[in-house]
Design a protein around this ligand. Structure first.
Ligand SMILES: [Cu+2]
Length: 145
């Protein structure tokens, strides 16, 4: 890209190519801006931890059932087996001041690979469970440092 930009600038009276190059550069910049933005989203999604909803064996558990992340990181729950599942944070088992309902995913995840990501800012321990399978032991914990 740099080489392409330099060539017309060294030529005298090359007004039109420079103008169209400028437009092209603007287009490239805006395209680059878009890809940088989506890259940031991808990176954000990978910071933190991923928890499978249902073990590969089909067991109705969160896998892993305990994860540790840093404050401000996200945790992503991904449908794996035995769905539908959901992720409900226990209002009695979250740090003081955290709205358990606001960070929960009450709607059932029905599709293979469907995911739910939540960012946790307050340090402490967060207990959560899957409503349909809580009785079967599908419960977990996030430790936010
Ligand atoms: Cu479940």
């Amino acid at each position: 890209m740099k080489a392409t930009l330099r060539a017309p600038a060294s030529r005298a009276g090359a007004v039109r190519p420079v103008a169209s190059l400028k437009a092209a550069a603007t287009r490239v910049a805006s395209i680059a801006g878009v890809s940088i933005a989506s890259m940031a989203v991808t990176l954000a999604a990978h910071a933190g931890a991923t928890v499978k909803l249902g073990a590969d064996s089909g067991a109705l558990v969160f896998e892993p059932s305990t994860v540790t992340i840093k404050a401000g990181d996200s945790i992503t729950f991904v449908n794996n087996a035995g769905f539908p599942h959901n992720v409900v944070f226990d209002e009695d088992a979250v740090p003081a001041g955290v709205n358990a309902e606001a960070i929960s995913r009450d709607d059932l995840l029905n599709a293979p690979g469907e995911s739910f990501t939540v960012k946790l800012d307050a340090a402490g321990e967060y207990g959560f469970y899957c409503e349909p399978h809580q009785g079967a032991g599908m419960v977990g914990k996030v430790i936010v440092q």
